[in-house]
Design a protein around this ligand. Structure first.
Ligand code: NDP
Length: 297
């Protein structure tokens, strides 16, 4: 079987091109263009990179963006005050707070403070609840990006057994919900695995689709994957690499060299789910700007 790469760069570019056209139309009609506000606290290298790509992508497609940077000593109250100001600012359509936050700040409180109609990361309990109920909601960017990727490549998911490894609120759990819904893509029979799962290898060997969101380099090995499986590697792990200027390279949760030859489709790392996450965030922001409280997808 010929393996095909699920190319996140190309797919996200196609989505960004569509959004750029729609944004230009808004502008031509004299309407305001989408405006994303990003909050970055501290100097975490990975967070800096993610926020920089989000802000750059906004500029590429004609959105406005505002980056608010704070020292990691910022008080919780000060941060909440800023979020409330953004909530009240009618020019701001979407708010994202880059996680993780410093230990002294309650992440849950921060997420709950974002106006759900501006919660383009889809982490507010209101959006999570609506997503679970199958109502229009802002879907967390990474799971939404994965669904957009499956849709773009017309992957047949109906009736397939999907094994999702990892049950975080931002990736694994929402992916398992979206894949099990009566939608296209969707209609999978889903097994959601975590660190207490017994027989993980046997479960993976039964999977038509594997979504790996664990945070451990090369966790999924060739002997865990059946021939013809679709493998979505969400992991972004930094491993030391003296040959790189940065001193590290990025690897996924899947051992690509072993797994790729067995797959029908696989996402690379980098260049797979990462760019799709940004495309999904931009799509959520567009919907927030036109007053559509979330996506149907
Ligand atoms: P979390 O650390 O929040 O969750 C990891 C999950 O993996 C947990 O549910 C945990 O189980 C499970 N797990 C850990 N060890 C094992 C094991 N040995 N066997 C089975 N399950 C295990 O991670 P995230 O969901 O936030 O992120 C996962 C990965 O995805 C990371 O590499 C992260 O960098 C990447 N990521 C990538 C994004 C992108 O845009 N591409 C966006 C977000 C994340 P338990 O619940 O029992 O502890």
């Amino acid at each position: 079987m010929r393996m095909q790469i699920l190319d996140g760069k190309l797919t996200s570019q196609a989505i960004k091109d569509q959004l750029a056209i729609k944004t230009a139309e808004l502008k031509a009609q004299g309407k305001k263009v989408p405006h994303l506000a990003a909050i970055l606290v501290g100097n975490n290298g990975a967070s800096e990179t993610y926020v920089a790509s989000k802000v750059k992508s906004c500029a590429e497609i004609g959105y406005n963006s505002t980056l608010l940077r704070f020292e990691d000593t910022i008080s919780e109250k000060h941060l909440l005050d800023h979020i409330n100001m953004l909530n009240e600012n009618v020019d701001i359509d979407g708010i994202l707070v880059q996680l993780p936050l410093p230990k002294h700040i309650n992440e849950e409180l921060v997420i709950n403070t974002i106006d759900p109609s501006k919660d383009v990361d889809g982490f507010h309990p209101m959006n999570v609840g609506k997503m679970v109920a199958g109502l229009p909601a802002f879907i967390p960017a990474t799971p939404f990006g994965i669904m957009l990727m499956l849709e773009h490549y017309k992957i047949d998911t109906k009736g397939k057994h999907a094994v999702v490894i990892g049950r975080s609120h931002i990736v694994g759990t929402p992916v398992s919900i979206l894949l099990s819904r009566n939608t296209n893509p969707g209609n999978c029979t889903v097994t959601l695995c975590h660190s207490h799962t017994h027989n993980l290898k046997e479960l993976c060997l039964q999977a038509d689709i594997i979504v790996a969101a664990i945070g451990r380099p090369d966790f999924v090995t060739g002997d865990m994957v059946k021939e013809g499986a679709v493998v979505v590697d969400v992991g972004i792990n930094r491993v030391p690499d003296a040959s790189k200027k940065s001193g590290f390279r990025l690897v996924g949760d899947v051992n690509y060299a072993e797994v790729a030859p067995k797959c029908s489709f696989i996402t690379p790392v980098p260049g797979g789910v990462g760019p799709m996450t940004i495309a999904a965030l931009l799509k959520n922001t567009y919907h927030a700007a036109i007053g559509q409280k979330g996506n149907q997808n």
